[in-house]
Design a protein around this ligand. Structure first.
Ligand SMILES: [Zn+2]
Length: 109
């Protein structure tokens, strides 16, 4: 069971209270972008075995979107944070690095 804490209202609950929103930190392309950039934005998503950054919505609570860093193998949640960021907070990156030696945020950026 996946247990998440909404960083917006502070409620900790199982995943049925939330709604998944796919990969976090996806670079969006707007007018003027080429077809390859737009294709990658629409269809090329990561599906890692390990650390993953995801968007979640507190559907049965405050209704706000947030991001979560978790392991897709163990379901360990490294932390949740505001969706209004371009990358995870340093404390979450440090927590992941401590538990997954050799892991780097640059793989995702
Ligand atoms: Zn909430």
């Amino acid at each position: 069971m996946l247990i998440l804490t909404c960083p917006c209202c502070g409620v900790t609950a199982e995943e049925t209270e939330f709604h998944p929103g796919g990969e976090a930190h996806v670079k969006r392309f707007g007018p003027g972008s080429n077809d390859d950039e737009f294709h990658s934005y629409l269809f090329e998503k990561v599906n890692p075995k390990g650390v993953h950054f995801e968007r979640w919505r507190h559907a049965n609570g405050c209704g706000k979107w947030f991001n979560a860093a978790r392991c897709t193998v163990t379901l360990e949640v490294f932390g949740t944070y505001s969706a209004q960021t371009t990358e995870p907070p340093q404390d979450i990156k440090d927590k992941i690095s401590a538990k997954r030696p050799g892991w780097s945020w640059r793989e995702f950026a």
